[in-house]
Design a protein around this ligand. Structure first.
Ligand SMILES: [Zn+2]
Length: 200
């Protein structure tokens, strides 16, 4: 007889708990909100969507994860050198990230949505920031959030692996160029945000 689960004690309830633990989310609502409403339904290149899934799973090789695996790791965040590195610190808690988000969203009139000093969870901030918007504005905001996170991650890797210095201006230039490419490639929400009549 075929069994879906490896033994009779592995119930759907336990499978549910295991999956939510793997996703590092506390409820199915949050899981579907993160994956369903945000990552899977947001226009972004596949490599960036895949990266966001790794963020949701906390599977990025930041210092905290390397330390848990007893692997060599930087003692502090390579972008600010002021705090231990985790994916949440890197994307919203870091001084580099906060400055980047502020200027990045300011370019399209969304500076009020930037992470604040009190924000410590990337997905909590994303959820809260997107609660009051809808339609093309929300689509554009979600695409830009994925683009911004991807930009911070690639700049972090450039510092770690290439010995570069953190450079917010460079990150903003690269993100701006990429934003135009995403818009031309079909990201309607971004096209809406950068249109002359967009909300400021
Ligand atoms: Zn930092």
């Amino acid at each position: 007889m075929f069994h879906v689960f490896p033994c009779s004690c592995f119930t759907l309830t336990k499978a549910s708990i295991l999956l939510r633990q793997l996703m590092r989310v506390s409820s199915w609502d949050q899981l579907f909100s993160v994956l369903g409403k945000k990552i899977w339904k947001t226009w972004a290149p596949g490599k960036c969507s895949f990266f966001m899934c790794l963020v949701a799973h906390e599977r990025c090789w930041t210092a905290d994860r390397l330390e848990r695996r007893a692997l060599p790791h930087p003692e502090s965040c390579p972008m600010c050198d002021q705090a231990p590195e985790s994916i949440n610190h890197l994307l919203v808690g870091c001084a580099f990230a906060r400055e980047f988000w502020f200027h990045f969203f300011s370019q399209v009139g969304l500076r009020t949505f930037s992470p604040q000093f009190s924000d410590t969870s990337f997905f909590d901030w994303w959820e809260r920031a997107s609660n009051d918007i809808s339609g093309l504005l929300l689509q554009g905001f979600n695409s830009l959030t994925i683009l911004g996170a991807w930009t911070i991650w690639t700049q972090r890797n450039r510092c770690v692996f290439d010995g570069a210095s953190p450079d917010v201006a460079r990150a903003l230039t690269l993100a701006s160029e990429e934003r135009k490419l995403w818009s031309m490639s079909g990201a309607q929400g971004i096209s809406f945000l950068i249109a002359p009549t967009s909300v400021d």
